[in-house]
Design a protein around this ligand. Structure first.
Ligand code: ADP
Ligand code: MG
Ligand code: MG
Length: 762
């Protein structure tokens, strides 16, 4: 038989039999109770498509065999079904014809099923899932078993484990005295499969046994269709079951512990997306609720609470343990207490790097930014959207994972780093070559990052520490100082405050490495806006410091060159804190200089902070620094790529403006494939990084090179960083688990000599 295969023939080829057909053959081989049948192959489909002819002779002789096998004649003791079977599973998309009684209907049913490859539903499904439209389908002809025959008959669908929690044990639905169609069409409501256990315990035991056999063979959780006819079990279909993130992790870990798969396989099986979805609070059944508005998904997780527009009020409400969502057009450093106190933040302006977005992401707090449809009236303390007026005190829910805003307080589900997640990640740690560190600015953030498994801090931004009210006033005093004495006094206050911070940070780290970045922000960022201050002296200073392009203005090491006393103060504070903590435990601290373009800048900084004995590194975030990597290694102790600013520099985009104004259009039109601020641009920014790594390592093979932009926690980017041989990635606390998983997957794929799937796309 060339184009028709019986279940008992020795062919398991999916490209000929399709997924369903091949699995029926395998199940027959495993000795499971499968009603006999044969497959009109995909090869036959291809021929039929061209000629409209079926291999009638082969089909006739297969039917003869089936009649012999079952001891009946078609229409007399034998009914058949005709089922579709594509190489890629397309559940429910194509036709099935049941209860066929004569040869003519079987001819025509086979054609109907083959033709259903091109029905509208199937075409749309393939388009959405990017399945090629020329693959075609096979048709299965199979002896019918009757789930509606008598009281001891029925039909059902089970998963071999719980698909939402991953708990072991079969899970699913059963309907007594029914055929598959009744279940799918929803005309009757099925009960839980435990109904079968009480009605026919022996059949249930057989079903459990079949589930076990299938899992052992396929080494994965299965989705199984079965029918019971007069107290006898028949298995009709099996395929790999769809599952939630939680179930994916639990199943992978359990299967290792049962000896079904290896640790490497378990690590490879869990998708970064699945792990990510696990780690934040989420809305229980989001599909049941209509969103009120939509904005940018700035910081993941869901939160609900009463709307408040005023920082002071948010703080007071939080003190009374009320849940509250801070709603503002945008936020500034002055709002930090309100953000810290709120359960979530919603803004109508600003992009994914706006103040609100960055601060909330670092805090692990849900945030939606740039929800432009909502019109905020701060005076009236209300916002308007789609005909609704939401007043202060009314409840809303925000989903920072999707960017959806909902009216009212929706039920949420807790995310937790379960024992299974911890175990899977500990296996991942055993496979990866990339180190994983945290971007964390305070002892509190480091404590959080440690719970996610960081191996140190790759980026500690000192300006974040200035945002607390007391510090803000000290740095403002420094900026406003009119005499040298005033300046020194303000600096002294800052030094004390920074030292206290560093002591706490070093204690929390207990000897793990940390890289502290010297002040990067332009000074005017610490002042209120001109309109917000009544003080004419402050107004004037704000005007003086104003810049046309602050992103590429007087910031980073440029500030350190013109105001060396700031870096001097910071390095002293670090040195003093180090000396103090070293009395109790080791301290492993390095200092990183931002925005460097030339060796001379670094030499100047080093000259002014002489005698510190600290390691000095360069934050590689300008194009010129990357081109001069071969020279910078002579004065730098390490490199760390700041991929956010580097991407801005390579694209000549200002991220905020790009995301707000035109990036959406670029992505929609396909001019760019991905947002380069989310997924590293391998062909542009990546090539520059590779050049820098090459010239650095040419002369200093052991130079430590890291990545500390937020790309360091994005799955595809992490896989790429693995391939260019950097030593570690550093990202915000909540992204650490994904970085650990993907770094391991990249290492395993490398071992198998495959291009990491994450970066093989054109
Ligand atoms: P789908 O690809 O949509 O899953 P199937 O080929 O599995 O379609 O057919 C749908 C349903 O029809 C099955 O779940 C089963 O209940 C019923 N069915 C198909 N073939 C048979 C058979 N030989 N005996 C009894 N029921 C059958
Ligand atoms: Mg099916
Ligand atoms: Mg930067």
């Amino acid at each position: 038989m060339a184009s028709v295969y019986r279940f008992v023939d020795d062919c398991e080829d999916k490209s000929l039999l399709g997924n369903k057909g091949a699995n029926l053959v395998i199940m027959t081989k495993l000795g499971l109770p499968v009603p006999p049948g044969f497959v009109v192959s995909i090869e036959a489909y291809v021929a039929y498509k061209g000629s409209r002819h079926l291999p009638t002779h082969d089909i006739d002789s297969a039917l003869e065999w089936l009649e012999k096998e079952t001891g009946g004649k078609l229409g007399d003791g034998l009914l058949v079904s005709v089922r579709s079977s594509a190489a890629v599973s397309m559940p429910g998309m194509m036709d099935t014809v049941l209860n066929i009684k004569d040869k003519a209907s079987m001819m025509s049913a086979i054609k109907k099923v083959l033709d259903s490859w091109d029905n509208l539903r199937a075409v749309e499904y393939r388009r959405l899932n990017r399945i090629p439209s020329d693959m075609g389908t096979a048709a299965i002809v199979q002896a019918m078993v009757m789930g509606n025959k008598d009281k001891r008959s029925g039909t059902g669908v089970i998963f071999t484990r719980n698909p939402s929690t991953g708990e072991p044990g079969i899970f699913g639905e059963y309907m007594n005295q029914a055929q598959g169609e009744d279940l799918v069409s929803g005309t009757k409501t099925p009960g839980p499969v435990s109904d079968l256990r009480s009605a026919m315990p022996k059949v249930y035991a057989k079903l459990e046994e079949a589930a076990q056999k299938l899992e052992t063979h396929f080494q994965d959780m299965q989705d199984v269709e079965f029918t019971v006819e007069s107290g006898k079990l028949y298995v009709l279909q099996t395929r790999s079951g769809k599952r939630s993130g939680q179930a994916a992790v639990r199943i992978a870990v359990d299967m290792v512990n049962q000896g079904l798969i290896t640790r490497e396989e378990a690590v490879m099986r869990v998708k970064a997306e699945e792990l990510k979805a696990l780690l934040h609070k989420r809305i229980k059944s989001p599909e049941e609720h209509a969103p009120l508005a939509h904005g940018l998904n700035a910081a993941p997780g869901a939160a609900c609470g009463k709307v408040s527009f005023k920082i002071g009020e948010v703080v007071r409400m939080a003190e009374k343990s009320e849940r509250v969502i801070l709603v503002r057009p945008d936020t500034s450093p002055d709002d930090i207490q309100g953000i810290a106190a709120a359960d979530g933040v919603l803004t109508s302006r600003g992009g994914l790097t706006s103040h609100a977005a960055i601060v909330t992401r670092a805090m692990g707090k849900p945030c939606i930014c740039g929800a432009e449809e909502i019109k905020i009236d701060l005076d009236a303390e209300q916002f308007e959207v789609a005909g609704h007026v939401v007043k202060k005190g009314m409840e809303i829910t925000i989903d920072g994972t999707t960017g959806n805003v909902y009216l009212g307080s929706l039920p949420l589900e807790e995310a937790d780093v379960t024992a299974e997640v911890a175990e899977l990640l500990s296996w991942a740690d055993g496979f990866r070559r990339l180190g994983v560190r945290a971007n964390a600015d305070t002892a509190e953030m480091i404590r959080l990052a440690k719970t996610f498994g960081c191996e140190g801090v790759g980026l500690c931004r000192t300006e974040r520490q200035f945002n607390a009210p007391e510090r803000l006033s000290a740095i403002r005093a420094f900026i406003m100082a009119s005499t040298a004495a005033e300046r020194m006094e303000a600096l002294e206050r800052l030094r004390q405050l920074q030292k206290e911070d560093f002591v706490a940070i070093f204690r929390e780290l207990q000897g793990m490495p940390i890289i502290i970045r010297l002040l990067d922000l332009p000074l005017h960022e610490f002042l209120p806006s001109e309109a917000d201050t009544p003080d004419p002296r402050v107004k004037e200073r704000v005007r003086e410091l104003r810049e046309i392009n602050p992103m590429i203005g007087h910031r980073g090491v440029r500030l350190g060159v013109t105001n060396p006393e700031i870096y001097q103060m910071q390095v002293e504070a670090i040195g003093e804190a180090k000396a103090e903590v070293e009395q109790e435990m080791p301290v492993n601290v390095s200092v990183m200089v931002p925005q460097v373009i030339t060796v001379q800048e670094l030499l100047w900084v080093k000259k002014h902070v002489k005698g510190s004995g600290l390691r000095f590194g360069v934050m590689m975030e300008t194009v010129r620094a990357c081109m001069r990597a071969g020279k910078l290694i002579h004065v730098a102790d390490f490199f760390s790529f700041g991929t956010n600013d580097l991407t801005q520099a390579v694209y000549s985009f200002s991220r905020e403006d790009a995301e707000k104004k035109f990036l959406g259009t670029y992505l929609r039109l396909g001019i760019l494939q991905d947002n380069p601020f989310e997924v590293i641009d391998v062909k542009g920014v990546g090539r520059l990084m590779e050049t820098a790594v090459f010239w650095a390592r040419r002369n200093r093979r052991d130079l430590e090179i890291g990545v500390c932009g937020e790309h360091g926690g994005e799955a595809r980017s992490v896989a790429y960083f693995h391939t260019i041989g950097v030593n570690y990635v550093s990202c915000s606390a909540f992204r650490i688990p994904v970085a650990r998983l993907v770094a391991a997957q990249a290492a395993i794929e490398e071992k198998m000599e495959k291009t990491p799937a994450a970066i093989s796309s054109p």
